[in-house]
Design a binder for this molecule. Sequence first.
Ligand code: UDP
Length: 330
Amino acid sequence: MRILITGGAGFIGSHLCDALVASGHSVLALDDFSTGRHENIAHLEGHALFSLVSADIGDEEIVRECVAAADRVFHLASAVGVRLIVEQPVRTIETIVHGTSVVLEACARYRRPVLITSTSEVYGKSSKVPFSEEDDLVIGPSTKRRWGYAVSKALDEFLAMAYWHHSRMPVIVVRLFNTVGPRQTGQYGMVVPRFVQQALRGEPLTVYGDGTQTRCFCHVKDVVQALVRLMDYPAARGQVFNIGNAEEISIRQLAERVIALTGSISAIRMVPFEEAYGPDFEDMQRRVPDLSKIQKAIGYAPRHTLDDIIRDMIAYYAEKRGPHALYQAG
Ligand code: UDP
Protein backbone atom coordinates (compact mmCIF):
# COMPACT_ATOMS: atom_id res chain seq x y z
CA MET A 1 0.00 0.00 0.00
CA ARG A 2 1.14 3.63 -0.61
CA ILE A 3 0.99 5.73 2.50
CA LEU A 4 1.36 9.48 2.94
CA ILE A 5 2.64 10.71 6.31
CA THR A 6 2.47 14.46 6.85
CA GLY A 7 5.09 15.48 9.40
CA GLY A 8 7.00 12.33 8.39
CA ALA A 9 10.36 13.76 9.46
CA GLY A 10 9.11 14.65 12.93
CA PHE A 11 9.60 12.67 16.11
CA ILE A 12 6.46 10.51 15.92
CA GLY A 13 6.17 10.71 12.11
CA SER A 14 9.63 9.25 11.57
CA HIS A 15 8.87 6.27 13.84
CA LEU A 16 5.66 5.73 11.87
CA CYS A 17 7.70 5.81 8.62
CA ASP A 18 10.02 3.14 10.08
CA ALA A 19 7.14 0.87 11.11
CA LEU A 20 5.32 1.11 7.78
CA VAL A 21 8.43 0.66 5.63
CA ALA A 22 9.36 -2.36 7.78
CA SER A 23 5.95 -3.88 7.01
CA GLY A 24 6.56 -3.48 3.27
CA HIS A 25 4.49 -0.37 2.59
CA SER A 26 5.60 2.38 0.28
CA VAL A 27 5.87 5.59 2.33
CA LEU A 28 5.84 9.20 1.21
CA ALA A 29 6.84 11.64 3.96
CA LEU A 30 5.78 15.27 3.60
CA ASP A 31 7.57 17.70 5.89
CA ASP A 32 8.59 21.37 5.85
CA PHE A 33 11.44 20.76 8.34
CA SER A 34 10.23 23.48 10.68
CA THR A 35 10.46 21.07 13.62
CA GLY A 36 11.05 17.88 11.61
CA ARG A 37 14.71 16.93 11.17
CA HIS A 38 16.68 15.26 8.38
CA GLU A 39 18.53 13.13 10.90
CA ASN A 40 15.22 11.49 11.92
CA ILE A 41 14.82 9.97 8.46
CA ALA A 42 18.42 9.93 7.16
CA HIS A 43 18.55 6.13 7.55
CA LEU A 44 15.51 5.78 5.24
CA GLU A 45 16.77 8.00 2.44
CA GLY A 46 17.67 5.89 -0.60
CA HIS A 47 15.38 3.05 0.56
CA ALA A 48 13.24 1.81 -2.36
CA LEU A 49 10.05 2.10 -0.27
CA PHE A 50 10.69 5.61 1.03
CA SER A 51 10.40 9.02 -0.55
CA LEU A 52 10.31 12.54 0.79
CA VAL A 53 8.64 15.76 -0.29
CA SER A 54 9.92 18.88 1.38
CA ALA A 55 6.94 21.27 1.49
CA ASP A 56 4.46 23.02 3.73
CA ILE A 57 1.08 21.36 4.43
CA GLY A 58 -0.50 24.71 3.66
CA ASP A 59 0.52 24.25 0.00
CA GLU A 60 -2.75 23.02 -1.50
CA GLU A 61 -1.37 21.91 -4.86
CA ILE A 62 1.43 19.81 -3.40
CA VAL A 63 -0.82 18.30 -0.73
CA ARG A 64 -3.39 17.33 -3.38
CA GLU A 65 -0.70 15.66 -5.50
CA CYS A 66 0.64 13.73 -2.51
CA VAL A 67 -2.83 12.65 -1.38
CA ALA A 68 -3.78 11.60 -4.92
CA ALA A 69 -0.68 9.39 -5.06
CA ALA A 70 -1.48 7.67 -1.74
CA ASP A 71 -3.94 4.97 -0.67
CA ARG A 72 -4.06 6.20 2.95
CA VAL A 73 -3.00 9.31 4.84
CA PHE A 74 -1.65 9.83 8.35
CA HIS A 75 -1.77 13.54 9.20
CA LEU A 76 0.84 14.31 11.86
CA ALA A 77 2.20 17.66 10.69
CA SER A 78 1.60 20.27 13.38
CA ALA A 79 3.15 22.89 15.60
CA VAL A 80 4.49 20.96 18.61
CA GLY A 81 5.68 21.61 22.14
CA VAL A 82 4.46 24.03 24.79
CA ARG A 83 7.52 26.29 24.38
CA LEU A 84 7.03 26.70 20.63
CA ILE A 85 3.29 27.17 21.07
CA VAL A 86 3.66 30.07 23.51
CA GLU A 87 6.55 31.62 21.56
CA GLN A 88 4.90 31.36 18.12
CA PRO A 89 1.15 31.57 18.71
CA VAL A 90 0.20 32.89 15.25
CA ARG A 91 2.14 30.24 13.39
CA THR A 92 0.77 27.57 15.73
CA ILE A 93 -2.86 28.39 14.98
CA GLU A 94 -2.32 28.88 11.26
CA THR A 95 -0.36 25.65 10.77
CA ILE A 96 -2.86 23.58 12.69
CA VAL A 97 -6.11 25.04 11.38
CA HIS A 98 -5.14 25.81 7.78
CA GLY A 99 -2.87 22.77 7.35
CA THR A 100 -5.51 20.29 8.52
CA SER A 101 -8.17 21.95 6.43
CA VAL A 102 -5.99 21.54 3.32
CA VAL A 103 -5.27 17.88 4.13
CA LEU A 104 -8.93 17.07 4.79
CA GLU A 105 -10.09 18.83 1.61
CA ALA A 106 -7.61 16.80 -0.46
CA CYS A 107 -8.62 13.54 1.26
CA ALA A 108 -12.27 14.32 0.59
CA ARG A 109 -11.52 15.13 -3.05
CA TYR A 110 -9.79 11.77 -3.65
CA ARG A 111 -11.73 9.90 -0.97
CA ARG A 112 -8.67 8.69 0.90
CA PRO A 113 -8.90 7.27 4.42
CA VAL A 114 -7.17 9.69 6.78
CA LEU A 115 -6.11 9.58 10.43
CA ILE A 116 -5.87 13.00 12.09
CA THR A 117 -3.64 13.36 15.16
CA SER A 118 -5.12 15.58 17.83
CA THR A 119 -3.96 15.94 21.40
CA SER A 120 -4.87 15.40 25.05
CA GLU A 121 -4.53 19.20 25.37
CA VAL A 122 -8.11 19.43 24.11
CA TYR A 123 -9.34 18.13 27.49
CA GLY A 124 -7.79 21.31 28.89
CA LYS A 125 -8.46 22.02 32.56
CA SER A 126 -11.07 19.32 33.01
CA SER A 127 -10.87 17.85 36.50
CA LYS A 128 -12.84 14.74 35.57
CA VAL A 129 -9.91 12.33 35.52
CA PRO A 130 -9.33 10.02 33.66
CA PHE A 131 -10.27 11.76 30.43
CA SER A 132 -12.56 9.84 28.12
CA GLU A 133 -13.47 10.64 24.57
CA GLU A 134 -17.04 11.86 25.18
CA ASP A 135 -16.07 14.17 28.07
CA ASP A 136 -16.53 17.94 27.87
CA LEU A 137 -13.48 19.95 26.78
CA VAL A 138 -12.62 22.65 29.34
CA ILE A 139 -10.58 25.37 27.69
CA GLY A 140 -9.12 28.49 29.33
CA PRO A 141 -9.41 32.12 28.16
CA SER A 142 -8.12 33.44 24.84
CA THR A 143 -5.78 35.83 26.68
CA LYS A 144 -3.64 32.81 27.60
CA ARG A 145 -1.69 31.75 24.52
CA ARG A 146 -1.44 28.09 25.41
CA TRP A 147 -5.16 27.51 24.81
CA GLY A 148 -4.82 28.54 21.16
CA TYR A 149 -3.20 25.16 20.55
CA ALA A 150 -6.00 23.18 22.22
CA VAL A 151 -8.73 25.18 20.46
CA SER A 152 -7.02 24.79 17.06
CA LYS A 153 -6.70 21.05 17.52
CA ALA A 154 -10.32 20.86 18.70
CA LEU A 155 -11.36 22.73 15.55
CA ASP A 156 -9.44 20.15 13.46
CA GLU A 157 -11.45 17.46 15.20
CA PHE A 158 -14.74 19.23 14.50
CA LEU A 159 -13.78 19.65 10.84
CA ALA A 160 -12.84 15.98 10.53
CA MET A 161 -16.13 14.94 12.14
CA ALA A 162 -18.01 17.35 9.87
CA TYR A 163 -16.54 15.61 6.79
CA TRP A 164 -17.54 12.27 8.26
CA HIS A 165 -21.12 13.40 8.85
CA HIS A 166 -21.37 15.25 5.55
CA SER A 167 -20.13 12.54 3.21
CA ARG A 168 -18.98 9.57 5.34
CA MET A 169 -15.42 10.47 4.42
CA PRO A 170 -13.28 7.79 6.13
CA VAL A 171 -11.63 9.75 8.91
CA ILE A 172 -10.27 8.72 12.33
CA VAL A 173 -9.27 11.19 15.07
CA VAL A 174 -6.75 10.26 17.77
CA ARG A 175 -5.83 12.25 20.87
CA LEU A 176 -2.21 11.62 21.70
CA PHE A 177 -1.25 11.92 25.36
CA ASN A 178 2.37 12.70 26.33
CA THR A 179 4.44 10.65 23.90
CA VAL A 180 8.15 10.02 24.49
CA GLY A 181 11.01 8.20 22.80
CA PRO A 182 14.25 8.44 20.88
CA ARG A 183 14.51 11.41 18.45
CA GLN A 184 12.37 13.61 20.70
CA THR A 185 14.10 16.83 21.57
CA GLY A 186 13.66 19.01 24.64
CA GLN A 187 13.98 22.10 22.48
CA TYR A 188 10.23 22.75 22.37
CA GLY A 189 9.57 22.12 26.06
CA MET A 190 9.01 18.36 26.39
CA VAL A 191 9.89 17.32 29.88
CA VAL A 192 11.39 13.84 29.57
CA PRO A 193 14.12 14.65 27.01
CA ARG A 194 14.88 17.81 28.97
CA PHE A 195 15.27 16.00 32.30
CA VAL A 196 17.36 13.21 30.76
CA GLN A 197 19.72 15.65 29.05
CA GLN A 198 20.01 17.79 32.19
CA ALA A 199 20.79 14.67 34.26
CA LEU A 200 23.39 13.43 31.78
CA ARG A 201 25.11 16.82 31.87
CA GLY A 202 25.01 16.95 35.68
CA GLU A 203 22.88 20.13 35.50
CA PRO A 204 19.89 20.81 37.77
CA LEU A 205 16.60 19.33 36.58
CA THR A 206 14.18 22.22 36.09
CA VAL A 207 10.84 21.30 37.69
CA TYR A 208 8.23 23.91 36.75
CA GLY A 209 5.60 25.04 39.26
CA ASP A 210 5.44 23.03 42.49
CA GLY A 211 6.04 19.71 40.70
CA THR A 212 2.79 18.15 41.97
CA GLN A 213 1.21 18.29 38.49
CA THR A 214 0.97 14.82 36.96
CA ARG A 215 1.32 13.34 33.50
CA CYS A 216 1.24 9.86 31.93
CA PHE A 217 4.00 9.08 29.45
CA CYS A 218 3.67 6.64 26.57
CA HIS A 219 6.47 5.14 24.49
CA VAL A 220 6.39 6.24 20.85
CA LYS A 221 6.50 2.58 19.74
CA ASP A 222 3.22 1.87 21.55
CA VAL A 223 1.70 4.98 19.96
CA VAL A 224 2.83 4.06 16.45
CA GLN A 225 1.45 0.54 16.75
CA ALA A 226 -1.90 1.96 17.82
CA LEU A 227 -1.96 4.37 14.86
CA VAL A 228 -1.29 1.56 12.38
CA ARG A 229 -3.87 -0.76 13.91
CA LEU A 230 -6.58 1.89 14.08
CA MET A 231 -6.09 2.68 10.41
CA ASP A 232 -6.58 -1.03 9.67
CA TYR A 233 -9.80 -1.16 11.70
CA PRO A 234 -12.75 0.02 9.54
CA ALA A 235 -15.07 0.46 12.55
CA ALA A 236 -12.71 3.18 13.87
CA ARG A 237 -13.88 5.56 11.14
CA GLY A 238 -15.92 8.50 12.31
CA GLN A 239 -14.60 8.05 15.84
CA VAL A 240 -12.21 9.66 18.33
CA PHE A 241 -9.70 7.60 20.34
CA ASN A 242 -7.32 8.39 23.19
CA ILE A 243 -3.81 6.92 22.80
CA GLY A 244 -1.44 6.90 25.75
CA ASN A 245 -0.42 5.06 28.88
CA ALA A 246 -2.31 5.35 32.18
CA GLU A 247 0.76 5.15 34.48
CA GLU A 248 0.56 8.50 36.30
CA ILE A 249 3.51 10.29 37.90
CA SER A 250 4.07 13.78 39.31
CA ILE A 251 6.73 15.87 37.61
CA ARG A 252 8.74 16.09 40.84
CA GLN A 253 8.74 12.27 41.09
CA LEU A 254 9.66 12.06 37.43
CA ALA A 255 12.74 14.22 38.07
CA GLU A 256 13.73 11.97 40.98
CA ARG A 257 13.26 8.86 38.83
CA VAL A 258 15.43 10.27 36.03
CA ILE A 259 18.17 11.14 38.54
CA ALA A 260 18.01 7.64 40.03
CA LEU A 261 18.11 5.87 36.65
CA THR A 262 20.98 7.98 35.29
CA GLY A 263 22.94 7.84 38.57
CA SER A 264 23.42 11.58 38.08
CA ILE A 265 24.74 14.04 40.66
CA SER A 266 22.16 16.59 39.44
CA ALA A 267 19.99 18.50 41.90
CA ILE A 268 16.39 19.59 41.31
CA ARG A 269 15.65 23.28 40.72
CA MET A 270 12.08 24.51 41.18
CA VAL A 271 11.22 27.09 38.51
CA PRO A 272 8.03 29.21 38.68
CA PHE A 273 5.82 28.85 35.58
CA GLU A 274 6.15 32.59 35.04
CA GLU A 275 9.91 32.26 34.68
CA ALA A 276 9.57 29.28 32.35
CA TYR A 277 6.79 30.43 30.04
CA GLY A 278 5.92 34.05 30.86
CA PRO A 279 3.13 35.66 32.88
CA ASP A 280 -0.01 34.43 31.09
CA PHE A 281 0.70 30.73 31.46
CA GLU A 282 -1.60 28.02 32.79
CA ASP A 283 -0.68 24.38 33.31
CA MET A 284 -2.91 21.32 33.75
CA GLN A 285 -2.78 19.69 37.17
CA ARG A 286 -3.57 16.13 36.10
CA ARG A 287 -3.71 14.46 32.73
CA VAL A 288 -4.64 10.78 32.61
CA PRO A 289 -6.18 8.90 29.66
CA ASP A 290 -9.13 6.57 29.86
CA LEU A 291 -7.98 3.85 27.47
CA SER A 292 -11.04 1.61 27.61
CA LYS A 293 -12.34 2.62 24.19
CA ILE A 294 -9.17 1.83 22.23
CA GLN A 295 -8.60 -1.26 24.32
CA LYS A 296 -12.02 -2.57 23.37
CA ALA A 297 -11.63 -1.59 19.71
CA ILE A 298 -8.19 -3.01 18.88
CA GLY A 299 -7.05 -4.71 22.09
CA TYR A 300 -4.59 -1.87 22.74
CA ALA A 301 -2.37 -2.15 25.80
CA PRO A 302 0.88 -0.17 26.02
CA ARG A 303 3.85 -2.50 26.48
CA HIS A 304 6.47 -0.06 27.75
CA THR A 305 6.57 1.12 31.37
CA LEU A 306 7.77 4.56 32.45
CA ASP A 307 11.11 3.06 33.47
CA ASP A 308 11.47 1.46 30.00
CA ILE A 309 10.81 4.87 28.48
CA ILE A 310 13.32 6.69 30.68
CA ARG A 311 15.97 4.00 30.07
CA ASP A 312 15.45 4.24 26.30
CA MET A 313 15.87 8.02 26.46
CA ILE A 314 19.00 7.70 28.57
CA ALA A 315 20.49 5.23 26.07
CA TYR A 316 19.55 7.51 23.16
CA TYR A 317 21.06 10.67 24.65
CA ALA A 318 24.09 8.88 26.11
CA GLU A 319 24.87 7.54 22.63
CA LYS A 320 24.41 10.97 21.06
CA ARG A 321 26.78 12.46 23.62
CA GLY A 322 29.34 9.80 22.73
CA PRO A 323 32.23 8.59 24.89
CA HIS A 324 32.25 11.86 26.84
CA ALA A 325 28.84 11.23 28.43
CA LEU A 326 29.14 12.03 32.12
CA TYR A 327 26.75 9.33 33.23
CA GLN A 328 25.75 6.13 31.55
CA ALA A 329 22.44 4.30 31.74
CA GLY A 330 22.26 1.59 34.34
N1 UDP B 1 8.01 20.66 32.76
C1 UDP B 1 8.96 20.83 33.78
N2 UDP B 1 10.23 21.12 33.41
C2 UDP B 1 10.64 21.24 32.12
C3 UDP B 1 9.68 21.03 31.10
C4 UDP B 1 8.37 20.77 31.46
O1 UDP B 1 8.64 20.75 34.98
O2 UDP B 1 11.84 21.49 31.89
C5 UDP B 1 6.62 20.31 33.17
C6 UDP B 1 5.54 21.14 32.48
O3 UDP B 1 5.31 22.33 33.14
C7 UDP B 1 4.36 20.18 32.58
C8 UDP B 1 5.01 18.79 32.47
O4 UDP B 1 6.38 18.98 32.81
O5 UDP B 1 3.72 20.28 33.82
C9 UDP B 1 4.93 18.18 31.08
O6 UDP B 1 5.41 19.15 30.19
P1 UDP B 1 5.55 18.90 28.62
O7 UDP B 1 5.89 20.21 28.00
O8 UDP B 1 6.44 17.75 28.36
O9 UDP B 1 4.10 18.44 28.15
P2 UDP B 1 2.63 18.99 28.46
O10 UDP B 1 1.99 17.86 29.19
O11 UDP B 1 2.68 20.21 29.31
O12 UDP B 1 2.07 19.24 27.12
